[in-house]
Unconditional design. Structure first.
Ligand SMILES: [Zn+2]
Length: 304
């Protein structure tokens, strides 16, 4: 605005512009960083180290003070936990170690609310070497499914549920178990071995034949009316919370639906082949509305 009348030329004006861009970028990136489990190692400090020390103390690996300071004793405890969990004992706390900690502790953060006492397994589709569908603009389904699942987990826990995720970061479920295991089998085994009340798998659809197709779909296990009700309630709820068009609810010939023992639903949120769906899926605010919809559908399912 003032740049034209300024004698000092564009260089001076460029610096504030860059500063504003950097600050905007940080504002955009910060919520994402807070969502994902941080990488911690010796020398790290802060709230996430406190959370780590509390978990290790609960599990009996750490008996020193909870001071938020990742020192030699924390390092020793982390390596002991990693060894016991079949992980590489490198002392670096990344997605694999956070995931193992969560599973070991059965993730009991939920306390009160309509979902109190319910154990829900959330399955973020794909991960690691398997990107899922890739949009024409380079977006990977595995990243959208993880973002949606992490946000859904938060809403479910706020309503009292205990939530276990089949993955907590960008890796293949089971790749952290210390021996070779099929990723689909790992997803199902986590749900079955925990005795989950329901299993909910989150994906994004793709229909290359017609990029105009957009919307939400629910899939259920053949012959299971409970699975049908679950898939239907979630899909309709996502439709109303996000504005995504409701397509329909169908039988899904999927391994994760057919091999789990509990009511199971697979939800396809938007299409990776539809430009508008992809643009919306990139937004934290849209992912959040979808997550609220998934959680509300689950509350509805249990509240019948
Ligand atoms: Zn998928």
């Amino acid at each position: 605005m003032q740049a034209h009348s300024s004698q000092s030329g564009p260089k001076v004006a460029t610096i504030p512009v860059i500063a504003v861009l950097l600050v905007s970028l940080m504002v955009i990136l910060l919520p994402i960083r807070a969502q994902a489990a941080p990488f911690l190692r010796k020398g790290s400090v802060g709230e996430s180290v406190v959370a780590l020390q509390k978990s290790l103390a609960t599990l009996g690996y750490y008996t020193a003070s909870i001071d938020g300071d990742f020192g030699p004793l924390t390092d020793k405890a982390v390596r002991a936990f990693q060894s016991a969990s079949g992980l590489v004992p490198d002392g670096i706390v990344g997605p694999l170690t956070w995931g193992a900690l969560d599973r070991t502790m059965e993730v009991s953060r939920g306390r009160t609310g309509p979902l109190r006492g319910r154990l829900i397994v959330l399955d973020a589709g794909h991960g690691g070497v398997e990107p899922g569908a890739i949009s024409a603009w380079g977006d990977k389904e595995k990243n959208f499914t993880l973002g949606l699942a992490l946000k859904t987990r938060r809403y479910l826990e706020q309503m009292g549920a205990n939530v276990v995720m089949t993955r907590y970061g960008d890796y293949s479920p089971g790749s952290d178990w210390g021996y070779p295991v099929d990723e689909l089998l790992a997803r199902v085994s986590i749900a079955n071995s925990k005795g989950a009340d329901i299993f909910v798998s989150i994906h994004n659809n793709a229909y290359p034949k017609d990029p105009g197709v957009s919307g939400v779909m629910g899939f259920y296990r053949r012959g299971s009316s409970e699975s049908y009700t679950l898939a239907s309630k979630i899909a309709w709820s996502v439709n109303s919370s996000s504005g995504l068009r409701m397509i329909d609810v169908q039988e899904g010939p999927y391994y994760v639906l057919n091999r789990t023992y509990m009511p199971a639903a697979l939800i396809e949120v938007g299409f990776m082949t539809n430009r508008n769906d992809v643009l919306r899926l990139r937004l934290e605010s849209f992912q959040d509305r979808v997550a609220q919809g998934i959680a509300a559908g689950i509350v509805d399912y249990f509240g019948r």
